[in-house]
Design a protein around this ligand. Structure first.
Ligand code: ISL
Length: 657
């Protein structure tokens, strides 16, 4: 057990009304996160509520701060969320809590999008034999665990997130024998496997749904939301969230594509079927799961209409009725008890819309729900959404990370990521021109590997892969991009619609992994299912493996450093120069061992602050080619040549002090 600082904040359970003071609501974990989310979406500062005058105002005053008409629906929804929860646990009262060391806190995870990783059978689509052929590459990089995006039998409407049969491997990816071999090969290398668990919805081709549609007598009818009337909820993939089935004159709920039908978690039989399926995979030896949109599984009884203000603000109508539903905690505890705990399975929840304090309620050690969660609040800066064309300011990331590192506490453990299969590449968001591609890639890596939490890399990130130069809408494959383009074209000129898709498309992260400069990127001998744009000629694993200065080599060095340095894993973290724009400075320390990390978050040269905690150890750092002693503790830097007393564009340094 490792001693850590305690977090304390008093929080009194009570009933909330329109007259409740903003600061009281802000003390409630749900109130805190929801109010922050609104401020974030509206591009307003989070400090606002902490202002004593504003904090003393009643909830109804939010109308004026948000500058828009919130309406009764909004207040009802917020008050219902606050009053509904039996979340009377104050996650911040945990004095003297300690970190329990665990493999997944020490591990570096690597996400594979199987369709785009490596094609073993030459059909243009990645597969399991392809993955097996690259395990040594991953081992050498220092990866401890893989998270595989879905490989189950699927019609492929959302690239596998629409599952037809949970216990079958999709023939595009291989066979169950291939899967078993993958697992054996991973375990033989002392690596672990985390599968994607998609249980908010199934494909409309799943036999449960087909049966459900057949008759009102079917056991499966109640496995889904099949109703005579739709409500006003909208889908994440454009349009209404309801599809009409004329055979039975019924409407079916799908928060995602028309072929992804939401499951009704109120039904105990459905839940048991799911647990059985999970146990079946755990019996096979898989080590855990990433739980797709798991915070959406509990929907408010009766599926009431969504509020239009919230719908406009968030871009999706109805979300307040399921992003943190009434039975979410019960369901998670049940999954844990029925399926995960007996196998000591690892779990990380994908939880869009969940902020820091609600995240804590989902992951606190004492809750028995999830080990970790993915929050997404760092992926766009305040006031921006994924399809906006803007440059990401890393100062926002600095404030986000300081907040989480200081307040998430040690009985919860943070996941650290920039890229995944649902987002454009972080490198491109920050630097549209890619002028400092290598340095920025390395600096982001340095931050990710030295913060307190578990890093998740996404395939290609270790090479510094960037967004793709898509030219026309036919280049895109993603159902979300295609639907959204159609929707936007009804409201604006095609060119403008295209630019939005180009800014936010998930396909930027789904092009072939760039193994080599060969046609097909060394990913496939055939024409890949989605094109690359020629970037593989300058950025690929083959070149980078031979280059000790490459982004790949830098990742390898950083991962190795993290692995052998307990201070970088379990050590405390402390930020200095918090208000200093463009510079991020923090230390990690444990049992007398201290590391100092200094990063320039901008593309301009920055003077090193004079009062860096250990300024004497920075003196005389003239040459990186000098011996270790002469370098006085400089462990890693993303620039090869001279060390100067200022920081170059996106320069990052790790010192041992
Ligand atoms: O891309 C989004 C929609 O605008 C994200 O909100 C994303 O859909 C959300 O994070 C949920 O993602 C997960 O579930 C989806 C699937 O399409 C994504 O690939 C998956 O990561 C439905 O299963």
């Amino acid at each position: 057990m490792i001693e850590t600082r305690a977090f304390e904040r008093s929080w009194e359970p009570k009933m909330y009304t329109l007259k409740s003071k903003l600061r009281d609501l802000y003390r409630h974990p749900v109130g805190y996160d929801v109010i922050n989310k609104i401020l974030l979406q509206a591009g307003l500062s989070k400090g606002l509520i902490e202002n004593p005058v504003i904090g003393a105002l009643p909830l109804s005053f939010l109308n004026r701060i948000a500058g828009k008409k919130l309406g009764n629906g909004f207040f009802d929804a917020l008050l219902a969320l606050l009053n509904q929860s039996n979340d009377r646990l104050d996650p911040y009262s945990s004095k003297d809590k300690k970190i329990t060391p665990t493999w997944w806190k020490e591990a570096v995870f690597y996400q594979i999008y199987p369709r785009s990783f490596m094609d073993g059978n030459g059909d243009g689509v990645g597969d399991l034999p392809g993955i097996i052929s690259k395990l040594d590459y991953l081992k050498e990089l220092g990866v401890d665990a893989l998270w595989l995006s879905p490989i189950y039998d699927s019609p492929g409407d959302d690239n596998g997130y629409d599952i037809r049969d949970y216990q079958k491997i999709d023939s595009q990816f291989g066979t169950m024998e291939d899967f078993d071999l993958l697992l054996t090969e991973l375990h033989a290398r002392n690596m672990r496997l985390v599968m994607d668990l998609v249980v908010n919805h199934t494909s409309d081709e799943h036999h449960w749904f087909k049966e459900a549609l057949k008759s009102s007598e079917s056991t499966y009818r109640d496995y889904y939301f099949l109703r005579k009337e739709p409500n006003n909820w909208t889908s994440f993939f454009s349009g209404s969230a309801w599809n009409h089935y004329p055979e039975e004159d019924l409407w079916g709920l799908h928060l995602f594509s028309k072929k992804q039908m939401d499951l009704n978690w109120e039904n105990p039989k459905l839940r048991q079927d799911i647990y059985q399926m999970i146990r079946w995979w755990l019996e096979k030896g898989v080590d855990g799961f990433r739980l797709d949109v798991i915070n959406y599984i509990s929907k408010e009884t009766g599926l009431p209409d969504g509020d239009s203000f919230i719908g406009n603000l968030m871009g999706f109508t109805g979300i307040e009725h399921y992003f943190y539903g009434p039975k979410l905690h019960n369901h998670l505890q049940e999954i844990q008890k029925e399926a995960f705990t007996p196998y000591q399975a690892f779990s990380v929840g994908e939880t869009p819309g969940i902020g820091m304090k609600m995240g804590k309620l989902l992951t606190d050690d004492s809750r028995g729900e999830l080990n970790m969660m993915f929050s997404f609040d760092h992926l766009e800066t305040s006031g921006h959404a994924r399809f906006d064309q803007y440059e990401y300011d890393l100062n926002y990331y600095k404030s986000y990370i300081m907040d989480w590192m200081e307040n998430f506490a040690d009985t919860s453990w943070m996941s650290l990521f920039y890229d995944n299969h649902d987002n454009p590449r972080m490198l491109s968001k920050v630097d549209h021109t890619h002028t400092h591609r290598q340095e920025l890639a390395k600096m982001l890596a340095m931050i990710q590997m030295t913060l307190k939490g578990t890093p998740f890399l996404y395939q290609g990130q270790e090479l510094g892969m960037i967004n793709k130069d898509f030219h026309e809408i036919s280049n895109f494959r993603d159902v979300e991009s295609i639907n959204k383009y159609k929707e936007l074209c009804e409201k604006m000129p095609k060119e403008e619609a295209f630019l939005q898709i180009l800014a936010g498309s998930r396909d930027h992260a789904r092009t072939p992994m760039q193994w080599s400069a060969k046609p097909g990127c060394g990913f496939s001998n055939a024409v890949p299912w989605i094109d690359s744009d020629g970037d593989e000629l300058v950025c690929n694993a083959e070149i980078q493996m031979q280059d000790s200065e490459s982004v790949l080599s830098f990742y390898r060095d950083l991962i190795a450093l993290r692995r052998k340095t307990p201070a970088l894993i379990y050590g405390d973290i402390e930020f200095t120069h918090k208000k200093r724009k463009d510079i991020l400075i923090y230390t990690r320390y444990l049992e007398g061992e201290t590391y100092l990390i200094i990063c320039n978050l901008s593309n301009d040269e920055q003077k090193l602050p004079g009062n860096v905690p250990v300024s004497e150890s920075l003196e005389g750092l003239e040459s990186l080619s000098a011996s270790a002693d002469e370098r006085k503790g400089l462990v890693l830097c993303n620039y090869p040549a001279k060390v100067m007393k200022s920081l170059r564009a996106y320069e990052g340094r790790v010192y041992r002090i």
